[in-house]
Design a protein around this ligand. Structure first.
Ligand code: NAP
Length: 235
């Protein structure tokens, strides 16, 4: 399989890339700016390529997808994982910060689904997984833009799944638990404590476990339009 994982230079994306790469699949490692980290991830697998693009910019996404299709001839798996967060109370959130978060977390996946989806629909197969969040379902103080973007991503997932099912393309959303990646570690101590407190098992989520789930989900071609909560906080 040819697997394109956005934001796979580090964090969850890196774990997902390794889950596919360690099984011999061809993996496209994508980053925005940390190319040396992306190359390091690529060095861990047999067949891979490294690409850079800002997900919110269609003029960068289109040539990236063309480059992958020119090289491998197809794309079987797309994981829309790249994401950012900016913490501030809603009334203190600037319009610029709101736009940036929504553009990366929601418009980014829209850009990729629009371009990659066409290839998958033509080849009559494919699996798309969008990484949403507990915050997108429950809301979270200090994360208005992030919660809004991740809630929007669930709506995008459901509509894309309806439109693409006739072409044998599945589209699902996954909600990982709280992971101590760069993003998770950058949150306030209070946010981390609250996540642990509300977790039924009092543990953070492991990127490797989430990655295994994502790999298995791409194998289950008949499941589409679903939102999978892997967070042991109850939604
Ligand atoms: N961490 C958590 O607790 C948690 C919980 C639920 C959901 N999630 C979601 O899981 C996903 C991965 O999160 P993470 O914790 O692994 O984050 P992370 O460690 O901060 O990594 C973010 C990745 O996204 C890429 N990226 C950021 N902005 C980009 C842009 N504009 N264009 C292209 N790539 C961009 C980064 O590339 P560079 O390295 O080049 O900057 C990096 O590869 C996100 O969608 C996040 O919202 C995370």
């Amino acid at each position: 399989m040819v697997c394109l994982i956005t934001g796979s230079s580090r964090g969850l994306g890196k774990a997902v890339a390794i889950a596919f790469g360690s099984r011999g699949h061809r993996v496209v490692i994508h980053c925005k700016k940390n190319k040396s980290d992306a190359e390091d991830v690529a060095s861990k697998m047999k067949e891979s390529m490294v690409v850079e693009a800002d997900v919110k910019n269609i003029h960068e996404v289109k040539p990236l997808v063309n480059e992958v299709v020119n090289r491998y001839g197809r794309i079987d798996v797309l994981v829309n994982n790249a994401g950012i967060t900016k913490e501030s109370l809603l009334i203190k959130t600037s319009e610029q910060d709101f736009d940036e978060v929504v553009n990366v977390n929601l418009k980014g996946p829209f850009n990729f689904i629009r371009i990659v989806g066409r290839h998958m629909m033509k080849q009559k197969s494919g699996s798309i997984i969008n990484i949403s969040s507990y915050a997108g379902v429950k809301g979270k103080e200090g994360l208005a833009s992030y919660s809004a973007s991740k809630a929007g991503l669930i709506g995008l997932t459901k509509t894309a799944s309806r439109e693409m099912a006739p072409f044998n393309v599945s589209v699902n959303a996954v909600l990982p638990g709280y992971m101590l990646t760069d993003m998770g570690a950058a949150s306030s101590g209070k946010a981390r404590e609250a996540a642990l407190e509300n977790s039924l098992i009092k543990e953070f989520s492991s990127p490797e476990l989430v990655a295994e789930f994502i790999f298995n989900l791409t194998e289950m071609k008949e499941i589409t339009g679903q939102v999978f909560n892997l967070d042991s906080r109850i939604v």
